[in-house]
Design a protein around this ligand. Sequence first.
Ligand SMILES: [Cu+2]
Length: 155
Amino acid sequence: MIFFLPMRGGPYKNLHQVLYAVLLLVTGAAHAGNALTIEEPWVRFIPGDRPMAGYFVLDNRGDKGRRLVKASSPAFGAVHMHKTVDENGLKSMRPVEALVVPARGQLEFEPGGYHLMLMKRQQDFEVGDELSIRLEFDDGSRISTLFTIKPSWQE
Ligand SMILES: [Cu+2]
């Protein structure tokens, strides 16, 4: 009795708690991973050292809005979020601090609108190359995917 009681009350109960916690972590991570995805990621090719622009659609299937606060890539020294604005026919770019992907909605980065400004390239690129870009959210979560470099005329 003295041997069995502690065994039942202690380690087994704890083991179940640990297994349950692991199960929650695994399913929680799977949910988080599935809720937000990067669709149609591509980069418009620009020769030389000038900045290139990255485009994608963020698809949020979760029931909470997500706030995108940062983008980065090992292939570039700096990545900023920009918005192209058209004022009386004059196009310019403005920095964007953060953007919300609405619950069960999408946020589009597309030519003429939001884009990632990819600056200070760390390597040479050609059309067809792929490069990794990571997006970070204000809750600390991150997702990354491969962007394909496409010809400059592609929209
Ligand atoms: Cu820009």
